[in-house]
Design a protein around this ligand. Structure first.
Ligand code: 3HC
Length: 318
């Protein structure tokens, strides 16, 4: 018992030394169970968000205003599916199966981003989602490129390259509409009004109300806090809105010279917790659709698994 403990202690000390040095923790490294659990929670929820996020945008593929707009939207949605794949695969290196992650999503044990529980009502919403939602995701994911878990950080590097195209295509939609007719300008402003505050909520509760941030910083899973990243997003996005003539729906938004950033109004955390608690405008629809499509796709998974098994048998018997 004594010997086993000292080996275990040594391995955990090795983990802590790697974290302190800023080295990446790899799947083969010994890691505290709490670190593993923290990452499985965050990475699986991140993956769920990418896949559920395909739903509001998918509804607009057949209603895109031009062939070019449809091609761009299709490319973006395909990217999101790929992001989900990278993140599920990265999470699987921690010892959880894809099936288990999907089960946790379907039983409500796992969350996905609040933002995907709002309806995409007009084409301007597709612009607001690309510009604001992917814009917020980029701010968060650029920071996560330096997360301590190797597979997660490498997935982020790959995802960030594609996110910048997502943000730019959304901003282009908003810019075109703001240069269009009065109705198009009104539609873009209406989308801005509906997506601005839920986008700020994407960064999570204030640091003082974030139960996971302590560990996240201790283990260098997070490199910036929820509020730091939210502030970065606000400061960058307010200027972009001004350039195309959109108004930020926050009458308390004011430049604060001392902090070289914008002060903003109070976020409606009651709404946030309602939405992440399953009571948002589209939670039920998103989950029903995900469950239905998961069932319909069972034959694809079975066929792929049977093919892989056959291939493996062939290799083994060769
Ligand atoms: N939506 C849903 N739940 C959220 C949330 C949000 N925006 N922000 C926080 N929460 C939940 C947390 O999951 C946690 O609940 P749990 O214990 O059941 O998991 C609780 O609220 C407390 O929040 P904490 O701040 O303590 O939790 P974290 O330290 O995990 O920080 C986070 C929250 C900043 C979202 C962090 O998890 C993170 O950085 N996740 C990775 C990024 C991500 O998931 N982005 C989702 C969007 S992906 C996307 O937008 C795709 C793009 O291509 C369109």
């Amino acid at each position: 018992m004594q010997v086993a403990d000292s080996v275990k202690d040594q391995l955990l000390r090795h983990f802590e030394e790697k974290i302190d040095k800023g080295d990446a923790i790899e799947p083969r490294d010994r890691m505290p169970d709490a670190y593993r659990k923290h990452l499985i929670r965050q990475m699986s929820q991140h993956a769920h968000s990418e896949v559920i996020g395909m739903q509001p945008e998918g509804n607009w593929i057949t209603r895109a205003p031009s062939l070019r707009a449809r091609q761009i939207l299709l490319a973006k949605i395909q990217d999101e599916g790929g992001h989900g794949l990278y993140l599920y695969s990265a999470a699987e290196t921690l010892g959880i199966s894809r099936d288990e992650m999907i089960k946790q999503l379907h039983t409500g044990k796992a969350k996905y981003s609040n933002i995907f529980n709002y309806p995409a009502l007009t084409w301007a919403d597709i612009g607001a989602i690309g510009w604001l939602v992917d814009g917020a995701a980029i701010v968060n994911q650029v920071s996560l490129q330096r997360t301590s878990y190797g597979p997660y950080s490498r997935a982020m590097v790959r995802i960030c390259k594609e996110e910048s195209f997502h943000q730019r295509q959304g901003y282009e939609i908003m810019a075109r509409m703001m240069a269009g007719t009065a109705d198009q300008r009104a539609m873009a402003q209406d989308a801005m009004n509906r997506w601005w505050w839920p986008s700020l909520m994407m960064f999570g509760p204030h640091d003082s109300d974030s139960p996971h941030s302590g560990d996240a910083f201790r283990w260098k899973i997070k490199r910036h806090s929820n509020d730091e990243l939210r502030q970065k997003f606000i400061d960058k996005t307010v200027q972009q809105a001004e350039v195309i003539g959109l108004t930020i729906p926050d009458q308390d938004l004011k430049w604060n010279e001392a902090k070289r950033g914008y002060d903003h109004g109070t976020i409606n955390w009651e709404e946030f917790y309602q939405v992440i608690g399953g009571n948002g405008p589209c939670n039920q629809q998103r989950m029903d659709h995900h469950k239905q499509v998961h069932e319909e796709g069972a034959w694809v998974r079975e066929a792929a698994a049977a093919y892989a098994k056959k291939k493996q048998e062939k290799l083994l018997n060769h």
